[in-house]
Design a protein around this ligand. Structure first.
Ligand SMILES: O=C(O)c1ccccc1NCC(=O)[C@H](O)[C@H](O)COP(=O)(O)O
Length: 216
């Protein structure tokens, strides 16, 4: 896929009003809010709602891991997200159920380490509204994302998953340009690369990352 427009930008794991405002003011397209207790970026539903209300022109994304309908209902009620990102082991049918239940766009995050992993995306394409292609987490990881691990982004070159998608996994202001060139990504998603420590967002890194991508 040839890059013809400014890549879309999702700043994820936002957990303070200052960080949300920095992302919005710098021009992020998507703001990710994580509800997963083992994550250092975990937010209560009330906090997700309060932060998402600061989204301005950006779209809000609720990042959930294998949520049941009760949790999804609570997230919809508290946060009213524009999208739900399913970042666990959800099957294609489970994604479709979530889409019907939530009546908003559903993205599936998939860990990739081989070309075979990408073929899996094709089994989801009619059941979701978009993808996040991320590093495959190690088996003993305590969370399925936000690990800051880079991977072979060139696996995505010329791959068409049939839905819009974002590239994620170990991106930083230093690596994002080359990662987009290698993958042809139409958009990028970052957590660790805009933090000074796990769960501690750096306003300077958020601004620098967004500025670098917008300059491409
Ligand atoms: O970031 C987390 O802690 C997290 C926990 C559980 C599920 C998903 C999580 N992150 C979601 C993302 O979409 C991240 O942007 C993606 O995994 C890339 O993270 P990073 O490599 O740290 O930039």
């Amino acid at each position: 896929m040839t890059q013809t427009r400014t890549p879309l930008i999702k700043i994820c794991g936002l957990n303070s009003a200052d960080a949300v405002d920095a992302a919005v003011n710098a021009g992020a397209d998507y703001l990710g809010f994580i509800h997963f207790p083992k994550s250092p970026r975990h937010l209560s539903l009330e906090h997700m709602g309060a932060l998402a209300a600061r989204k301005g022109d950006a779209k809000s994304v609720a990042v959930l891991v294998d949520p049941d309908e009760m949790l999804m209902g609570e997230v919809l009620r508290h946060m009213r997200p524009d999208f739900i990102q399913l970042h666990g082991g959800e099957s294609p049918m489970r994604c479709l159920d979530a889409r019907h239940y939530a009546e908003i766009g559903v993205w599936k995050a998939l860990g990739v380490s081989t070309a075979d992993d990408l073929q899996k995306a094709l089994t989801y394409k009619d059941h979701v509204d978009g993808f996040v292609f991320d590093a495959k987490p190690p088996k003993d990881a305590d969370r399925p994302g936000g690990l800051g691990e880079a991977w072979d982004y060139s696996l995505l070159k010329d791959f068409d998953p049939g839905q819009p998608w974002l590239l994620a996994g170990g991106l930083t202001v230093e690596t994002v340009s080359e990662a987009i060139a290698q993958s042809g990504a139409p958009g990028v998603d970052v957590v660790s690369g805009v933090e000074s420590a796990p769960g501690v967002k750096s306003l300077d890194k958020i601004k620098a990352f967004i500025t670098a991508v917008k300059a491409l």
